[in-house]
Design a protein around this ligand. Sequence first.
Ligand SMILES: CC(C)(COP(=O)(O)OP(=O)(O)OC[C@H]1O[C@@H](n2cnc3c(N)ncnc32)[C@H](O)[C@@H]1OP(=O)(O)O)[C@@H](O)C(=O)NCCC(=O)NCCS
Length: 189
Amino acid sequence: METQINEQVFETFPKLESERLFFRAYKKSDAQTLLNLRSHAAVSKYMDTSIPKHIEDTKKRIEGYHNAFDENKGITWAIIEKSSNIPIGDFGIWQIDKKNARGEIGYILHPDFWGKGYMTETINTLIRFGFNDLNLHSYTANVNTENENSKALLLKLGFKLEAYFRENFYYDGQFLDSEIYCLLKSDIE
Ligand SMILES: CC(C)(COP(=O)(O)OP(=O)(O)OC[C@H]1O[C@@H](n2cnc3c(N)ncnc32)[C@H](O)[C@@H]1OP(=O)(O)O)[C@@H](O)C(=O)NCCC(=O)NCCS
């Protein structure tokens, strides 16, 4: 398959670090933490995806993250706060389009840790890793139009709004609008 990305990145899980945070792979033992995170009402409000109810659901999700990495399709990192050494959220690149060197990003943070600039620090680290190590050319992000925190984060990081799709996403009995944001490598050079 034609690829523009650097697949050597998938040989060993790329642990990353920023000033206040560590980023590592999820472990099976993080399943309860992930359940608490993804089932929190403020976190799931605009995620538009099924909310996990049991630890088995998040064990499967973690297995899915590991499989995606093993198949060179995506990378998900748990975010660890250095000062407390606890997992506080996660982020990743998924649906990596190798031919076009494009990846979609996703991120969640436990609300106890919002408003500290942690996700800005995290996604800045991810952006540099993706452009410099994975050799991506662009990132995309798909956001519920009412998710003001997420939109503010993307704009602050230099993403541009490229599309507004009306009622393109069916979830929980409704057709929802979506905004598509994009960041090119040249936007931050
Ligand atoms: C989207 C989400 C990660 C944003 O979290 P966040 O904490 O607001 O993100 P940031 O890291 O950018 O923090 C920004 C805030 O920290 C403040 N801040 C404090 N210290 C800071 C610092 N050192 N550097 C930068 N910002 C700092 C900023 O002023 C800003 O506050 P404000 O929103 O009141 O203006 C969070 O709302 C979330 O997890 N939502 C639920 C999941 C979700 O919707 N994910 C996205 C799906 S598309």
